[in-house]
Design a protein around this ligand. Structure first.
Ligand code: EPU
Length: 444
């Protein structure tokens, strides 16, 4: 039985999923959010027009565009052609305001380019981060090794390069941080001399950034490995570049197929970037096959339980962990999920419990005992991937699932409702327009 609809505040947006359809069709994959944001930041390294193709129409791209505008660039994003032009003037500003950094942590990726090009940057410290403990210590240590002075002033991370600009350095990252690798790589392209970055992240989005930088004239060796060698150059030039397809969006459609026992053609997805994900889907009983323009996933009628542990690339991506958890909740048997990157990601597990999942969270592990189906309920997204995974879980829940916190989903997905409807899902988005009288006590 479907529970009574939750009392909903007027004006609150939600995604409403009615479970039970078996997905069938094609879903497209645009350029990767986690690449394009850094490519836009990298455009600051050169004066002129950087043209990016395959740019998704998502809120985070709008935030980065606004950040670049405030630094003096002109930014035009044409959603229809998925082209974004960033025109960077000779003189750019050096301050990234808290208002934007708070909205999107990836704003921190202007730190490296600004310090390299201008010799200084003031970038608001994202909430919850403290230098020296977690969050930005690797970015800071690397920039210091390259000669920058770095301190926090009134909530801003302030960098100052030496008079001659940053210089090359040998940097060992204690952990393969994606963001630190990108910032230090961008900074090193304009530094004086050779920078060796060891223990770096190897995500496909890093390779994409290397490709852009090399096209701009940077000297970077070791692409795809954990050791990047960068010989600084005096200046870089603006170029045209196509963004690598989004492996997390591709993985989202793959899990949607697996969860519903359906068949989805993931058009534009690159299976070679999802090696561990494909292995885990196959172990759960799905068929995953490469085709000329992407790959096809056929879900099992009932998934088998598999254990999944997230790790830096090429390990299982933390961004797909909530989807793996949703599939495990429906499996025949018990599985253990281990989150090694972001502890807060298990907030999603508790929302999944609201859909009837049988699980126990213990530190960075979740033990899940699979059930044949879930039961629809109102749930709340705590981040981009949690939101999308709740929608996917709702596809296999009896009755109706209302996903709140939709704004999170819009940060990373172009139009998750349209994509899933194209696969036959019964899903819609609405705004609760009518004040609900049951809310009287809450509002008063
Ligand atoms: N960390 C530190 N010190 C640092 C940097 C990172 O302790 O100086 C820690 C972080 O606190 C975290 C872990 O290392 O616990 C991983 O952080 P990393 O720097 O690798 O991640 P990120 O650059 O902040 C990017 C993606 C995330 C994705 C992670 C891991 C972007 C904009 N974000 O974040 O994507 O989960 O890499 O792959 O590229 C998402 O798209 O929903 C998302 C969260």
């Amino acid at each position: 039985m479907t529970p009574a609809a939750a009392p909903t505040l007027p004006g609150v947006e939600r995604i409403i999923v009615t479970g039970g359809t078996v997905l069938d069709g094609t879903a497209d994959v645009p350029g990767a959010k986690n690449s394009v944001l850094k490519l836009m930041a990298a455009s600051l390294l050169a004066e002129g027009r950087t043209v990016l193709e395959g740019v998704p129409t998502i809120v985070d791209v709008r935030i980065m565009a606004e950040l670049l505008r405030r630094l003096g660039a002109e930014v035009e994003h044409d959603a229809a052609s998925r082209t974004c032009v960033v025109d960077v003037p000779a003189e750019v500003g050096h301050r990234a305001d808290y208002e934007l950094v708070r909205a999107m942590r990836a704003s921190i990726s202007v730190l490296g380019p600004l310090t390299a090009r201008l010799g200084r940057a003031d970038v608001a410290v994202p909430g919850g981060d403290a230098i020296g403990s977690r969050g930005l210590d690797l970015h800071v240590e690397g920039l210091r090794a390259m000669g920058a002075e770095v301190h926090v002033d009134h909530g801003y991370l302030v960098t100052q390069a030496p008079p001659g600009g940053l210089h090359g350095a040998d940097v060992h990252l204690a952990f393969p941080s994606v963001g630190a690798t990108e910032n230090l790589l961008m900074a090193a392209t304009l530094a004086d001399g050779r920078t060796t970055l060891q223990g770096v992240a190897r995500e496909p989005e890093i390779d994409d950034l290397v490709d852009l930088l090399v096209a701009m004239g940077a000297q970077v060796g070791g692409r795809g490995t954990s050791r990047l060698v960068v010989d600084g150059v005096r200046r870089l030039g603006a170029v045209r570049h196509t963004v690598v397809p989004d492996r997390v969006v591709a993985g989202t459609w793959a899990y949607a197929a697996a969860v519903t026992g359906g068949r989805v053609h993931v058009r534009g997805g690159r299976l070679e970037h999802l090696g561990m994900v494909a292995d885990k889907l196959r172990a759960a009983g799905a068929e995953v096959d490469a085709v000329a323009d992407g790959f096809v996933v056929r879900g099992p009628r009932r998934p088998r339980a598999v254990d999944v542990a997230t790790l830096p690339y090429p390990g299982f991506p933390t961004d797909l962990q909530p989807f793996a958890l949703a599939l495990a909740a429906l499996a025949d048997g018990s599985g253990v999920l281990t989150e090694n990157l972001f502890e807060a990601r298990f907030r999603f597990a508790h929302e999944l419990e609201r859909l009837g999942a049988d699980l126990v969270v213990d530190g960075s592990h979740v033990l899940v005992r699979g059930r044949p189906s879930l039961s629809g309920a109102p749930v709340e997204a705590s981040d981009i991937r949690a939101g999308a995974a709740l929608v996917v879980a709702g596809l296999r829940a009896e009755g109706t699932t209302e996903v709140h916190g939709v704004a999170h989903v819009d940060r990373g997905y172009e139009d998750v409702v349209a994509s899933l409807r194209g696969l036959g899902a019964d899903v819609r988005r609405d705004v609760a327009a009518v004040p609900d009288e049951r809310l009287g006590g809450v509002l008063g």
